[in-house]
Design a binder for this molecule. Structure first.
Ligand code: TAP
Length: 479
């Protein structure tokens, strides 16, 4: 049982409220850590500390800014075992996946933006011989980063590196459901040599800490990852102080298997797309569409592979771990029941796992529904669990139409051996990311974000720096 405080101004401290909450291991329902529960007064302290640190950081030579962020990447790699265990303990993901998150995702992102920190340049704009006009890209000041529970370090490391590289101070508000993987980022920043107060971590309820960050006049930008309703609430509330917003919201990706696809790769890739992190990934592929000429064959092989998946605790590196919490498990089971009621044909799974050793954990068996039609809730809504629907299609046009028949637009994917079709369909799909003959592929260089209700703005890639910069043009008379 570990204890964690809030990390504000370069040190661990208790919340002004004196309250705490438990981080629970979803594999057995037992508490693994006690965490201080932040409140609005703590947010105020964090904003004061961040404002001072931002000034010091902006005065730091860029070469040094870059080197310090690079040291954060090195510390993450050095501490991979501890951080991967923390990431797994309260989120339930496999240790293997958590180690990849630490080394290949989080450390890589700090390394990438460390490399960009000394390349933030303006332009000289010719107007006439009597004017010297140029642009300067300046940081916003203090940015808040409100993240969900599905992979705390994965989520935190998405927006902190570009915000810091751009010269801002940050306040991270992780989700109470799962946060341990990200809780040490402030301490790591201090060890790397970042000024005290530059990276603050304030756990606590969204209704208190999250709301206080969104309303605080000293916070200049909000990067939010989470559900659409919360994103809408944040958008409304932040209008009062006119904050810069980046919203990364839900998804419900279509995964289209054409008749000319390599079926072995499509089956394996679709398993990876649907059941990684038990389907609790915004860019998972839960809506499977298979061409009617191969649907039966594909479905049979897919279901057989699903039934071979090992369900168990993340620390044992099982292939499908528990869902993050009991309420979320109940929500997913409720959506499965709705699917059954609406006439979707249950092909496998469809219940809580009650096998020996799993009964106290929040496990749902990998579930596949066949004969699903687009109006059914289990297909229309984001389940965010290990649940896949399979639907046949007769033509490319029909597959594209059904794939786009959703308010979400975060990611989609397709499997084909026809290059022309791959480009045509990728062009027609309405989403921020399209995977072809692979899933989750790409690296930090590739922008990610949503079309339609899936969000506003793009994270990752070089342009992510612009989320945390404002442009000034200086117009000078010289003659
Ligand atoms: P939410 O309920 O929206 O919570 C996300 C975060 O917002 C949590 O830290 C939460 O705090 C906080 N929060 C809640 N109400 C708030 C408010 N009024 N003001 C400010 N902050 C508030 O989402 P969730 O259910 O945890 O996460 C699942 C959703 O995230 C899914 O829809 C999933 O698709 C989406 N997601 C999207 C992406 C990308 S990249 N697009 C990535 C991962 C997940 P507490 O929960 O601690 O109270």
């Amino acid at each position: 049982m570990r204890q964690f405080g809030l990390y504000i101004d370069g040190r661990w401290q208790d919340s002004v409220s004196g309250r705490h909450f438990s981080a629970v291991n979803p594999a057995d329902g037992k508490a693994v850590a006690e965490v201080a529960k932040g409140c609005a007064e703590d947010v105020d302290k964090a904003v004061q500390a961040a404002a001072g640190a931002a000034r010091a950081w902006q005065a730091t030579p860029l070469r040094e800014r870059s080197a310090t962020l690079y040291r954060m990447a090195q510390i993450l790699v050095r501490d991979v075992d501890e951080l991967a265990m923390l990431e797994t303990l309260d989120s339930g993901g496999t240790l293997y996946y958590s180690a990849v998150t630490v080394k290949d995702v989080a450390a890589r992102r700090f390394e990438y933006f460390a490399g960009l920190a000394d390349k933030i340049e303006g332009r000289q704009i010719p107007v006439s011989s009597t004017y010297h006009t140029y642009t300067v890209r300046e940081p916003l000041g203090v940015t808040a980063h409100i993240i969900p529970w599905n992979g705390p370090l994965w989520e935190a490391s998405r927006s902190l590196p570009p915000a810091l590289a751009a010269g801002n101070a940050v306040i991270l508000k992780p989700a109470q459901e799962a946060l341990l993987g990200a809780i040490k980022l402030g301490e790591i920043a201090k060890e790397a040599g970042l000024p005290d107060g530059l990276v603050n971590v304030v756990p606590g309820a969204g209704s208190e800490v999250g709301v206080a960050l969104v309303n605080h006049p000293g916070v200049h930008g909000i990067t939010f990852t989470g559900s659409i309703p919360t994103g809408q609430e944040i958008m409304r509330a932040s209008a009062a102080t006119m904050k810069r917003l980046v919203l990364e919201l839900g998804g419900n990706a279509a995964n289209i298997v054409f008749e000319d696809a390599d079926l072995d790769a499509a089956v394996e890739g679709s398993i990876w797309a649907a059941f990684s992190n038990s389907g609790q990934i915004c860019v998972s592929g839960p809506r499977l569409f298979a061409h009617e000429s191969i649907k039966e064959q594909f479905q049979e092989r897919f279901v057989a592979r699903v039934e071979s998946l090992r369900v168990g605790p993340g620390v044992d590196n099982a292939e499908v771990g528990p869902l993050v919490s009991e309420p979320h498990m109940k929500r997913v089971l409720g959506m499965i029941e709705t699917g059954k009621r609406e006439g979707a044909h249950l092909l496998t799974g469809g219940r809580r796992a009650d096998e020996a050793g799993l009964a106290n954990g929040f496990y749902v068996l990998p579930t596949v529904f066949g004969d699903v039609t687009p109006e059914m809730h289990v297909m229309r809504e984001e389940v965010f669990g290990p649940v896949v629907t399979i639907t046949g299609f007769a033509s490319d046009e029909e597959a594209i139409r059904m794939a786009n028949e959703t308010d979400y637009g975060l990611a989609n994917g397709l499997w084909t051996s026809d290059l022309g079709r791959a480009h045509r369909v990728a062009g027609a799909l309405q989403s921020g990311q399209v995977y072809v003959n692979e899933w989750f592929c790409g690296d930090i260089q590739c922008p990610a974000g949503g079309y339609k209700m899936s969000g506003i703005g793009r994270e990752e890639g070089q342009q992510a720096l612009d989320n945390y910069l404002q442009l000034k043009s200086v117009r000078m008379r010289i003659g």
